[in-house]
Design a protein around this ligand. Structure first.
Ligand code: FE2
Length: 194
Protein backbone atom coordinates (compact mmCIF):
# COMPACT_ATOMS: atom_id res chain seq x y z
CA UNK A 1 0.00 0.00 0.00
CA UNK A 2 1.62 3.21 -1.17
CA UNK A 3 1.97 6.43 0.80
CA UNK A 4 2.75 9.75 -0.91
CA UNK A 5 4.38 12.57 1.04
CA UNK A 6 4.91 16.11 -0.26
CA UNK A 7 7.17 17.69 2.38
CA UNK A 8 7.01 21.27 1.00
CA UNK A 9 3.23 21.23 1.34
CA UNK A 10 3.18 19.31 4.64
CA UNK A 11 0.84 16.93 2.86
CA UNK A 12 0.50 13.18 2.98
CA UNK A 13 -1.80 11.00 0.84
CA UNK A 14 -2.80 7.48 1.85
CA UNK A 15 -6.03 7.02 -0.09
CA UNK A 16 -5.15 4.78 -3.03
CA UNK A 17 -7.51 6.48 -5.52
CA UNK A 18 -6.16 9.90 -4.52
CA UNK A 19 -2.60 8.63 -4.89
CA UNK A 20 -3.43 7.32 -8.34
CA UNK A 21 -4.78 10.70 -9.48
CA UNK A 22 -1.94 12.67 -7.84
CA UNK A 23 0.66 10.51 -9.59
CA UNK A 24 -1.23 10.56 -12.91
CA UNK A 25 -0.75 14.35 -13.04
CA UNK A 26 2.98 13.60 -13.15
CA UNK A 27 2.45 10.85 -15.77
CA UNK A 28 3.33 8.22 -13.17
CA UNK A 29 1.14 5.17 -13.46
CA UNK A 30 0.14 3.45 -10.21
CA UNK A 31 -1.92 0.29 -9.69
CA UNK A 32 -2.55 -2.16 -6.89
CA UNK A 33 -2.26 -5.77 -8.06
CA UNK A 34 -3.55 -8.80 -6.15
CA UNK A 35 -0.85 -10.41 -4.04
CA UNK A 36 -1.41 -13.43 -1.75
CA UNK A 37 -4.72 -14.17 -3.54
CA UNK A 38 -2.72 -14.76 -6.70
CA UNK A 39 0.51 -16.43 -5.59
CA UNK A 40 2.76 -16.74 -2.56
CA UNK A 41 5.05 -13.69 -3.04
CA UNK A 42 7.97 -15.82 -1.80
CA UNK A 43 7.55 -18.30 -4.69
CA UNK A 44 10.30 -19.05 -7.21
CA UNK A 45 10.76 -16.32 -9.87
CA UNK A 46 9.34 -18.49 -12.69
CA UNK A 47 6.18 -19.11 -10.67
CA UNK A 48 5.85 -15.38 -9.91
CA UNK A 49 6.28 -14.38 -13.56
CA UNK A 50 3.77 -17.03 -14.64
CA UNK A 51 1.25 -15.89 -12.02
CA UNK A 52 1.42 -12.28 -13.23
CA UNK A 53 1.66 -13.13 -16.95
CA UNK A 54 -1.62 -11.33 -17.84
CA UNK A 55 -0.52 -8.06 -16.18
CA UNK A 56 3.02 -8.35 -17.57
CA UNK A 57 1.70 -8.99 -21.09
CA UNK A 58 -0.58 -5.96 -20.78
CA UNK A 59 2.35 -3.76 -19.71
CA UNK A 60 4.51 -5.16 -22.50
CA UNK A 61 1.78 -4.30 -25.03
CA UNK A 62 1.33 -0.82 -23.58
CA UNK A 63 4.95 0.06 -22.94
CA UNK A 64 7.00 -1.92 -25.44
CA UNK A 65 8.75 -3.93 -22.75
CA UNK A 66 10.47 -7.07 -23.92
CA UNK A 67 11.56 -8.78 -20.75
CA UNK A 68 10.62 -9.17 -17.08
CA UNK A 69 12.54 -10.55 -14.13
CA UNK A 70 12.31 -10.82 -10.34
CA UNK A 71 14.91 -8.99 -8.26
CA UNK A 72 15.56 -10.06 -4.67
CA UNK A 73 17.49 -7.83 -2.31
CA UNK A 74 18.32 -8.83 1.26
CA UNK A 75 20.39 -6.99 3.89
CA UNK A 76 23.25 -9.45 3.20
CA UNK A 77 23.14 -9.14 -0.61
CA UNK A 78 26.81 -8.79 -1.68
CA UNK A 79 27.84 -5.20 -2.49
CA UNK A 80 24.39 -3.96 -1.43
CA UNK A 81 25.56 -0.51 -0.37
CA UNK A 82 27.41 0.03 -3.66
CA UNK A 83 24.33 -1.14 -5.56
CA UNK A 84 21.99 1.16 -3.63
CA UNK A 85 24.40 4.08 -4.03
CA UNK A 86 23.88 3.92 -7.81
CA UNK A 87 20.20 4.72 -7.44
CA UNK A 88 19.90 6.90 -4.33
CA UNK A 89 21.06 10.03 -6.17
CA UNK A 90 18.84 12.03 -8.48
CA UNK A 91 18.87 10.44 -11.95
CA UNK A 92 16.86 9.67 -15.06
CA UNK A 93 16.64 6.70 -17.40
CA UNK A 94 16.05 6.41 -21.13
CA UNK A 95 13.17 4.00 -20.55
CA UNK A 96 10.29 3.74 -18.10
CA UNK A 97 11.14 2.34 -14.64
CA UNK A 98 8.46 -0.25 -13.87
CA UNK A 99 8.31 -2.18 -10.62
CA UNK A 100 5.74 -4.43 -8.98
CA UNK A 101 6.61 -4.92 -5.32
CA UNK A 102 6.16 -8.44 -3.98
CA UNK A 103 7.85 -8.17 -0.57
CA UNK A 104 9.69 -5.52 1.41
CA UNK A 105 9.45 -1.81 0.75
CA UNK A 106 11.25 1.26 -0.48
CA UNK A 107 10.86 4.94 -1.28
CA UNK A 108 10.98 6.67 -4.65
CA UNK A 109 11.53 10.41 -4.52
CA UNK A 110 10.41 12.32 -7.60
CA UNK A 111 11.62 15.79 -8.58
CA UNK A 112 9.01 16.95 -11.09
CA UNK A 113 9.99 19.12 -14.04
CA UNK A 114 6.73 18.87 -15.88
CA UNK A 115 5.71 22.52 -16.00
CA UNK A 116 7.11 25.59 -17.71
CA UNK A 117 7.03 27.56 -14.46
CA UNK A 118 9.18 26.88 -11.42
CA UNK A 119 9.84 23.19 -10.72
CA UNK A 120 7.13 21.50 -8.68
CA UNK A 121 7.78 20.22 -5.19
CA UNK A 122 9.67 16.99 -4.61
CA UNK A 123 7.44 14.18 -3.40
CA UNK A 124 8.09 10.72 -1.95
CA UNK A 125 6.24 7.53 -2.86
CA UNK A 126 6.64 4.74 -0.33
CA UNK A 127 5.88 1.42 -1.99
CA UNK A 128 5.26 -2.03 -0.52
CA UNK A 129 3.71 -5.40 -1.41
CA UNK A 130 1.01 -5.13 -4.08
CA UNK A 131 2.11 -1.76 -5.48
CA UNK A 132 2.88 -1.44 -9.20
CA UNK A 133 4.51 1.79 -10.26
CA UNK A 134 5.71 3.03 -13.61
CA UNK A 135 7.91 6.14 -13.76
CA UNK A 136 8.08 7.45 -17.33
CA UNK A 137 11.46 7.81 -19.01
CA UNK A 138 13.16 11.08 -18.17
CA UNK A 139 11.52 11.34 -14.71
CA UNK A 140 13.99 12.83 -12.22
CA UNK A 141 13.98 10.45 -9.28
CA UNK A 142 15.99 8.46 -6.77
CA UNK A 143 15.29 5.33 -4.74
CA UNK A 144 16.11 4.11 -1.24
CA UNK A 145 15.26 0.93 0.60
CA UNK A 146 13.59 1.16 4.01
CA UNK A 147 15.67 0.33 7.08
CA UNK A 148 15.07 -3.44 6.79
CA UNK A 149 16.91 -3.31 3.43
CA UNK A 150 14.63 -5.90 1.88
CA UNK A 151 12.77 -5.79 -1.39
CA UNK A 152 11.50 -8.30 -3.91
CA UNK A 153 10.03 -6.94 -7.11
CA UNK A 154 9.16 -7.72 -10.70
CA UNK A 155 11.05 -5.42 -13.08
CA UNK A 156 10.21 -4.82 -16.73
CA UNK A 157 12.77 -3.76 -19.31
CA UNK A 158 12.61 -2.42 -22.84
CA UNK A 159 16.37 -2.76 -23.19
CA UNK A 160 18.76 -3.72 -20.40
CA UNK A 161 20.98 -0.71 -21.26
CA UNK A 162 18.03 1.62 -20.65
CA UNK A 163 18.38 1.01 -16.93
CA UNK A 164 21.61 3.03 -16.79
CA UNK A 165 21.21 6.00 -14.44
CA UNK A 166 22.01 9.48 -15.81
CA UNK A 167 22.82 11.66 -12.85
CA UNK A 168 21.75 15.25 -12.32
CA UNK A 169 24.13 17.54 -10.58
CA UNK A 170 21.76 19.74 -8.55
CA UNK A 171 22.15 17.62 -5.40
CA UNK A 172 18.43 17.80 -4.55
CA UNK A 173 18.41 14.27 -3.12
CA UNK A 174 20.73 15.35 -0.28
CA UNK A 175 17.89 17.37 1.31
CA UNK A 176 15.51 14.41 1.72
CA UNK A 177 15.58 11.43 4.05
CA UNK A 178 13.73 8.26 3.02
CA UNK A 179 11.01 8.12 5.64
CA UNK A 180 9.27 4.73 5.73
CA UNK A 181 5.97 4.69 7.58
CA UNK A 182 4.59 1.29 6.58
CA UNK A 183 1.06 -0.18 6.43
CA UNK A 184 0.63 -0.02 10.24
CA UNK A 185 0.95 3.76 10.03
CA UNK A 186 -1.74 3.90 7.35
CA UNK A 187 -4.00 1.81 9.57
CA UNK A 188 -3.70 4.50 12.24
CA UNK A 189 -1.01 3.13 14.55
CA UNK A 190 1.47 5.78 15.59
CA UNK A 191 0.07 8.30 13.13
CA UNK A 192 1.25 11.84 13.75
CA UNK A 193 0.83 15.10 11.89
CA UNK A 194 3.42 15.87 9.27
FE1 FE2 B 1 15.92 4.74 -11.35
Amino acid sequence: MAIVTIPAEARRITDQAEIRSFLAVHNIHYEVWPLEDRVDPASAPEKILAAYAPEIEELKKRGGFVTADVIDIYPDTPNLTAMLDRFNKEHTHTEDEVRFILQGSGVFHVHPHDTHSAPSAVFAIEVGGGDMISLPLGTRHWFDLCSDRRIRAIRLFQDMTGWTPYYLEDGVHASYQPLCLGPAWVAGAGRTAL
